[in-house]
Design a protein. Structure first.
Length: 339
């Protein structure tokens, strides 16, 4: 795989046009087998970033030594004695950054695939009170989608739709993008027990963010593919992602619509499911009976089966529409002040 260096990325005319030197912004870098790239990543982080937290996720190479060789005074090291995966490393880094006083933390990979030119775009919506969490979106422009390998394009589009259903963020189009930023209050509002420590990290974050009613903002940024092989296993995606997405979806549905609140969407959902089940069970029972007896079911019997199914389906569509409109729009209240 050919690394995408900072020099390979396009330079935006408005890059770093805002004064962020007074803000306590931290960059968290999970490190696992990134020794060839970590020094360039750290050296490319702009001077206005207040803190850099590098998390050694039990990496077998000399990533930590390479990071320390930069001599960057902002660098703080967190070590894991056992590998926890990218999600576990990022959560450890976020926790350390916020304990040290950061207001916003940005996750940047240690393999030099994420350009620092977009750091300000990620943090400004949070610092200005427009969002609680921001992330990259590689699919904002048609040219970016067209340039993506076909298999990856289909896989990402399918995963994006399933993640919309599971997380409730119907406005998010690139759920697996790992270039992200989070506010300190939002971080502590999440239930960390349900955030996956490995490949499902970004998606599980979105599910927990919705339960915390956090506003998510997407930042357009380029997708760059140089013929590298995706680390996402197709078999794993087919076998494990649907299971985890389904689990996250039903957990969100239960908590959001029946534990934390009970709304019109909850009524649509309950009545729609009950009508659908009644019509299905009724229809199957008399269908089986007609097969056994050889006597066709009456028109009235068929209508009793069909009408509840149709009405139930319509109510479930209304519940879906309600969920789409229920995307969080009000940021979590800030309790920190500028120094």
């Amino acid at each position: 795989m050919e690394p995408l260096t900072n020099q390979n990325w396009p330079v935006r005319a408005d890059s770093f046009s805002h004064d962020l030197s007074g803000e306590k912004v931290a960059v968290v870098i999970p490190m696992y087998r990134v020794a060839p790239y970590i020094q360039q990543v750290i050296s490319g982080i702009p001077a206005w970033v207040w803190l850099i937290v590098a998390v050694d996720d039990a990496s077998p190479d000399d990533s930590t030594e390479k990071a320390l060789e930069t001599g960057d005074p902002r660098l703080v090291l967190v070590r894991h004695t056992q590998n926890q995966g990218v999600g576990g490393a990022v959560m450890s880094g976020f926790k350390k950054a916020f304990e040290l006083g950061a207001r916003v933390a940005v996750k940047m990979d240690g393999d030099d695939q994420m350009s620092p030119a977009f750091l300000d775009d990620l943090v400004i919506p949070i610092l200005s009170g427009q969002a609680d969490y921001s992330k990259g979106n590689r699919f904002f422009h048609l040219s970016e989608i067209a340039g993506m390998p076909f298999v990856r394009r289909v896989g990402n589009l399918g995963l994006s739709f399933l993640t919309k259903i599971a997380s409730g963020y119907w406005n998010v189009f690139d759920p697996t993008n790992g270039y992200l930023a989070i506010d300190v209050n939002t971080f502590y509002a999440l239930d960390a027990r349900h955030i996956h420590k490995r490949y499902f990290f970004e998606t599980s974050m979105l599910i927990e963010l919705n339960l915390a009613r956090a506003v998510v903002h997407e930042v357009p940024m380029p997708a760059r593919y140089k013929g590298e092989v995706s680390s996402l296993s197709i078999s794993r995606s087919l076998l494990e992602f649907p299971y985890r997405l389904a689990g996250g979806f039903f957990r969100r549905l239960w908590l959001e619509y029946f534990v934390l609140d009970f709304s019109l969407g909850s009524l649509f959902l309950v009545i729609g499911v009950l009508l659908g089940l009644f019509g299905t069970v009724w229809g199957l029972y008399f269908w089986r009976k007609s097969i056994i007896t050889g006597i066709p079911a009456s028109t009235g019997t068929v209508m009793i089966a069909v009408l509840p199914v149709i009405l139930g389906f319509q109510l479930l569509l209304q519940a879906l529409a309600f969920d789409i409109q229920n995307v969080p729009k009000t940021v979590i209240r800030r309790n920190w002040s500028r120094n």
